[in-house]
Each structure stands twice: as structure tokens, then as C-alpha cells.
Design a protein around this ligand. Structure first.
Ligand code: PGA
Length: 261
């Protein structure tokens, strides 16, 4: 059975002074059973958030990692630098694909670095509005997933057992627009079909697929009602304890309903 996962991506928000208290508030507001909770603050606030979350069961994630293990990459952060600070790391977020020109191959290399460091990868994928409107949403996302995961496989050790994939339609991020639950589920099925081609049906069936893009306490229910969707990657609402509280409560109901009798 796949876990139900809710992940707050704080993006470029919070400071070393306010990140710890906010993380503690969110931990308190989301204290429900059988839901994996992850908070991804900026790099500079990882230590404060890790300290604040001690004993809460909420896990800490980074928002990015460099594709190389070390070297002359001024201002970058390696997987080894994250060791001991995080148990998760987001890779391939569409804002990085857009702003830093990250490629699927780089995303794959980042996953390889994370596996080497013992950090669980959460890989983002998603189509642009014009790709959806021209009927290419499924093929675009399948190509992203295939190219990144083939890069992981070409490193020789197969795909990691702790991989999570977050489907985030780019046009839904920070816009207040969401996909429909049915569209997200169709995409999750397409993602798993691609993963199955690469690594087999059993592996694909075990990979959690999250939805992201303007998820709120009000909209989350539509997504987690879909058996193919295992949770959410949450931006704006992930900075709000009351929103995270509602999302966690809905996630806990779904986890209870999915548990084998
Ligand atoms: P949003 O961001 O919830 O603010 O749309 C989601 C994300 O980018 O992960």
C-alpha cells in the first residue's frame, strides 16, 4: 500500500528567525495519524526547521540539490551537504526548469546524487498550458519522466525504492487554478505506465504520485479522492498552518479509508 504524503514547499519564503516557529505551528496543526508530512524550507533555514520539528514526526526536505557531487560550483549545494539535515529533496521543480533551465538529464543526475547520500527524491514533472491545450499534456509529462529516470538507470543501480513523483501542471502553480481530480488521476496513470515500461509494473504500482498546483484545504479533497493520487505538493498554502491543518485532516481520512481492513 502506498503512503499518503503531504509536502509543503516553502519556496523562497521564511527567514532563519521565523522558519522554526512556523514549522512548529504547522507540525501542531497537522498532527494526524498515518500521513507522511514533509516541510521543505529554503536551504538557509533547514537547520532551524530540523530543530523545531524534533519529536513531531514531520520530516524535513530540501527544495533542490546540485547534479554534481562536489567541485567548483559557486553558490550551489551538494547532496553530501544535505546529509543529516534532510530526509527528502525535491528535484525538477518547474520553477527551476523555467528559471535555471534545468533539463530532465540534470534532474536524473540529481536523483543519483540523492540516492548516493541516502536522501529520498521527490521528482516534479508537469506540462505547460500550451502543451495541455494542444493535447500534448500526457506525452510531455511522460517524456520528462522517461528522460529523467533513464538517466538514473544509466548510472547503474536501478531506480530507488523511495522515489516519489509530483505531477504539477505548470499553469496551475501559484495561479489559483487547479487541474481536475480526473485529469490528475489520468496523468498519474500515464506516469505509472511510463515508469512500468522502465522498471516493471510492480515497481510502478508502488511509486506514490502527488498532485501539486494551487492545492488548498478546499481543493485537496478532489485529488485525494482519486485512488491514483497519493497526496499533494503544496506551495502557497504550505505556509499557512490553518490550510495545512485542513489538508492533513483530509489526508488522514483518505489514509484511513485506504488502509486494508
Ligand atoms: P502552489 O505551488 O501550491 O503555490 O501552486 C505548488 C508548487 O509549486 O509546488
Amino acid at each position: 500500500m502506498r503512503p499518503v504524503i503531504i509536502t509543503a514547499n516553502w519556496k523562497m519564503n521564511t527567514t532563519p528567525a521565523d522558519a522554526g516557529p512556523l514549522a512548529a505551528d504547522i507540525a501542531k496543526a497537522t498532527d494526524v495519524a498515518n500521513v507522511t508530512r514533509i516541510i521543505c524550507p529554503p536551504f538557509t533555514n533547514l537547520a532551524a526547521v530540523k530543530d523545531a520539528l524534533g519529536g513531531t514526526g514531520v520530516l524535513v526536505g530540501a527544495q533542490n540539490v546540485h547534479a554534481e557531487p562536489k567541485g567548483a560550483y559557486t553558490g550551489e549545494i551538494s547532496a553530501d551537504m544535505l546529509k543529516g539535515l534532510v530526509s527528502w529533496c525535491i528535484v525538477g521543480h518547474s520553477e527551476r526548469r523555467r528559471d535555471q533551465g534545468e533539463t530532465d538529464q540534470q534532474v536524473g543526475a540529481k536523483i543519483v546524487r540523492l540516492v548516493e547520500a541516502g536522501i529520498s527524491p521527490m521528482m516534479c514533472c508537469g506540462e505547460l498550458l500550451e502543451e495541455r491545450e494542444s493535447g500534448r499534456a500526457l506525452s510531455t509529462v511522460q517524456a520528462q519522466v522517461k528522460a529523467a529516470l533513464e538517466t538514473v538507470q544509466s548510472a547503474g543501480n536501478g531506480l530507488p525504492s523511495d522515489l516519489v513523483i509530483a505531477y504539477e501542471p505548470v499553469w496551475a502553480i501559484g495561479t489559483g487554478k487547479t487541474a481536475t481530480g480526473a485529469d490528475a488521476a489520468e496523468m498519474a496513470d500515464a506516469i505509472r505506465a511510463t515508469v512500468a515500461e522502465l522498471a516493471g509494473a510492480d515497481y510502478a504500482a508502488a511509486v506514490p504520485v502527488l498532485y501539486g498546483g494551487s492545492v488548498t484545504a478546499d481543493s485537496f479533497g478532489e485529488f485525494i479522492a482519486e485512488p491514483a493520487i497519493d497526496g499533494a505538493l503544496i506551495g502557497g498554502a504550505g505556509l499557512k498552518p490553518d490550510q495545512m491543518s485542513g489538508i492533513a485532516a483530509t489526508a488522514a481520512e483518505a489514509a484511513a479509508a485506504r488502509a486494508p481492513a
